[in-house]
Every structure is written in C-alpha cells, then in structure tokens.
Ligand binder design. Structure first.
Ligand code: ATP
Ligand code: MG
Length: 421
C-alpha cells in the first residue's frame, strides 16, 4: 500500500491538514487510532476523543489537522497527532467488508471494493501504463482517433459477436476497431485508438472479459516485422514506466523483478511450425493446423520466461484481413504475442491490401463481400501495404502484475454472468 507520508514528503514537526477516509479504526481508552486513506496512500492518525467532532466509523470521510511526528513503529515511519478531526460524511456502520471478504463480495460490492488498497494500486499502475503508451504514440508521430462502437459487420468472427436491435435493424457491438482504423490510414498514416471491445465469450476463463479495453495502432507502410518491432517497443516503454514510476505500489503485488529482464532482453520470434514442434513434447496430439490453446501457450511461455512472438499461423485459423505469405500461401503474415502468466496479449498482422486477394480471403472464410463493401473500397483507391495490432490492456496488466484473474485488472469487469454493479 502506498505510504502517504513519503508520497507527499511529510517531515517531523510539519503542521498539516489532510482530507480522506477512515480506512481502519481502533479505539483504546479515550484514544483513537485512525488509518486515514486518500489517493496518496495511508497514514496513521492518533487522536484524543475530545478533538473529534462527529461520529467515527470505517469509511467516514474526515478532515484532520495536526502535527507530523516521526515514529519508527508507524507504517511509513510517521504518525499524525491530531488536534482536530472533523467528520465530513458519516459512514453507515454496516460496511460490508467488516463481516468477511470473498471474491463474490469483491464483485457484488465492486463500487465499494474500489477503495481497497489492492484496487487502488492496480488502477494506479493501469493509469501509468495508459499514459506511457499515449505519450509514446505522441512522440512517434501517431494520431489518436475515435472509431465507432456500433458496427454493421464482424471483424473477429461471428461466434463472439453481440448483436442488438438497431431501430428495427441489426447492429453489433465492435469486437475491434481495426477495419475502421484502416480507413484512417490514407488520411493520417499512423493512427491508434483505445476503445472498449465486446466479445460474447461463453466460456469462463481467467483471461476473458465480455467488455475489455482494446488498444490498437494501424500503420501505413509497415510490414509484419516492423509491426512486431512496434509491439516490442511500445510494451517495453509501458513496462519501464511501471517499474520506474510505480515503485510506491509494486509492493502490493508478488515480486515483479522478472519484468526487468522482459524490458532488457529481446523477445524471441518463433514460427508457428516450430512452436507446434516444441509443444509436441508436452502435447503429443497437437498437429499442424490446430490453434494454440491456453495450455499450449502456457507451456511455451514458461519455457522462455519472457514474452514470445509466434508468427506465420495457418491461414485457415486466422482472420480474413491478414496478408497471405507469398513464400508459403498456407500461412499468414501475423503474430500473436504471448506473455507470462496470461498467454496471448496481442494479435497483430500485415493486412491484405490487394483487392483480389482480399476478396479471395473473404470467400474462403465464407463471409459475405456485401458486408465489407466499404472496407473493400479502401483497396480500390490507392491501397498500400500496412500493418497493425490489438493489445488487450487488461491482459497486459495481468501479465506485468502477475494477477490471479483478469477481473482484477478492471474496475467493473463484465462476464457472461455479471453486469452488476
Ligand atoms: P483469445 O484466443 O485469447 O480469445 P483472440 O484471438 O480472440 O484471443 P484477438 O481477436 O486477436 O484475440 O484480440 C486482440 C487482443 O485482445 C488479444 O490478444 C487479447 O489481448 C485481447 N482480447 C481478446 N479477447 C479478449 C477477451 N474476451 N477479454 C479480454 N481481452 C481480450
Ligand atoms: Mg477470443
């Protein structure tokens, strides 16, 4: 948990006024021991009953005025000796986490659980990750754009598509902004967007949400190799920002020193063919043409202990927009990036930019070219080579923080059985 005194640089003898919430409360005789929480972290406050106006309860909001005292025994090395505690908003005595804690409670009372140290720390890291990525794109000359969420056709396959009644017609919730980002390419060349993506995932896993935050760049002239270079650079920048700027909260997670080597070392790039051979050692039944599942990804990533690119997947198991490899038309110029503790965090590819080949892919994947008429137009007017990828921001957090489950990477996670609160 972040230590408030260090964060705001309190010194022995300082007179301060702090506002916040009562995180923990203990009464000993006429003395109150209050752990005050605000967005900077925690500090212990010692108060005499006489100095208090209002009713103290866990989660009451308070304003405290007092003197900072150095105290080796206090967490963070400082205590605040209160001269005045004023209750701003009382708290009902039935704070749910008084009774007990469980994963279900953390989900049912998510709106209150956001105040926990664990959630506070995750959101600080999340914010650092997003701002590091945003400034990376700015420095690299990208434009941030805002694609639609209501869409007319699938991008990543019909089985996970949410459909809805759109004034008597049909529309879908976006699974990925990619096709729209491609429309920006002839206008802005280097673009990116952070949008919610929706997947009607019927399975319960520790890495699938039905709504997640998808970060997607799309870049003119980049080939498949450039595309992987960009992924590695972007993610290393975000990892570095976390390791350098978020030491205040990293103590709330398991030891994360392995991330230092993820930042330092080059990430291996292995072909799907070779990946299949490697996993055969553990999963003898797997054959060429099968997708790599969670177990296979875990096996590979544990073997390397660092994020790994897997490239050149069979055309038949990947999306219609991926460019076929001219040297081996059975595979596409794509990559998945698999990362420790979660598996796939990025899917990327060079896009098929020639109209006839794209039409061939559309028919091979048994899609209706009419649904993609506007997308095909992009190939009719000055088409160019380009590449891009999609990063699941929650999966990235699971990996770098070694979270047990994707639910803890997001404030209000949605699953098949959960849209409340
Ligand atoms: P998976 O095979 O794990 O379901 P996918 O192949 O469907 O993933 P893509 O369609 O390539 O994933 O999406 C790009 C990225 O978006 C993924 O690499 C992942 O980080 C993220 N992502 C995809 N589906 C989900 C989901 N249901 N919940 C959270 N993140 C997701
Ligand atoms: Mg999926």
């Amino acid at each position: 948990m972040a230590d408030l005194a260090t964060k705001i640089k309190l010194k022995d003898g300082h007179e301060v006024s702090l506002k916040g919430w009562i995180h923990r409360l203990r009464k000993l005789g006429d003395k109150y021991f209050v752990v005050l929480r605000n967005s900077n972290g925690l500090i212990q406050v010692v108060a005499n009953g006489k100095t208090v106006t209002g009713k103290l309860d866990v989660e009451a909001s308070i304003s405290v005025t007092g003197t900072v005292k150095k105290d080796e025994r206090a967490p963070g090395g400082f205590e605040l000796h209160a001269e005045k505690i004023e209750v701003i908003g009382e708290s009902a005595p039935d704070w749910p986490f008084h009774r007990y804690k469980s994963v279900d409670m953390e989900m049912d009372y998510r709106h209150l659980w956001l105040r926990s140290s664990k959630m506070q720390s995750v959101f600080k890291v999340r914010s650092t990750v997003l701002s590091a990525m945003r400034s990376f794109f700015e420095k690299e000359g990208f434009f941030e754009v805002s694609p639609p969420i209501f869409v007319s056709a699938a991008c990543e396959g019909g089985s996970t598509l949410f459909d809805l009644d759109y004034f008597g017609g049909k529309a879908y919730l976006s699974q990925s902004a990619q096709l729209y980002l491609e429309a920006f390419v002839p206008s802005l060349e280097k673009v990116w967007a952070l949008t919610p993506s929706f997947r009607a995932e019927k399975s319960r896993t520790r890495r699938h949400l039905t709504e997640y935050w998808h970060l997607e760049p799309e870049v003119a002239w980049n080939n498949h190799e450039d595309n992987m270079d960009l992924q590695e650079k972007l993610l290393k920048v975000a990892m570095k920002a976390v390791m350098e700027e978020r030491q205040d909260v990293l103590g709330d997670f398991e030891d994360r020193s392995e991330v230092e080597s993820w930042i330092k070392d080059k990430w291996p790039r292995i072909r799907y063919d070779d990946a299949i051979d490697e996993v055969k050692a553990e999963f003898p039944k797997i054959k060429w043409g099968d997708d790599l599942g969670t177990e296979e990804e875990r096996y590979l990533v544990n073997k390397y202990g660092i994020p790994v690119f897997i490239t050149h997947y069979p055309r038949s198991i990947k999306s219609f927009y991926m460019k076929v490899d001219e040297e081996n038309p059975k595979v596409v110029l794509n990559n998945d990036l698999i990362s420790p503790h979660v598996g796939e965090i990025v899917g990327g590819s060079e896009r098929e930019w020639k109209q006839e080949l794209l039409l061939e892919n559309i028919s091979m994947h048994k899609l209706n070219p009419k649904d993609y008429a506007w997308y095909l137009d992009l190939r009719r007017y000055g088409s160019i080579p380009h590449s891009g990828f999609g990063l699941g921001t929650e999966r990235f957090l699971v990996s770098i923080l070694k979270l047990e489950h994707i639910r803890d990477a997001l404030a209000f996670p949605r699953f098949m059985n959960r849209v409340y609160p």
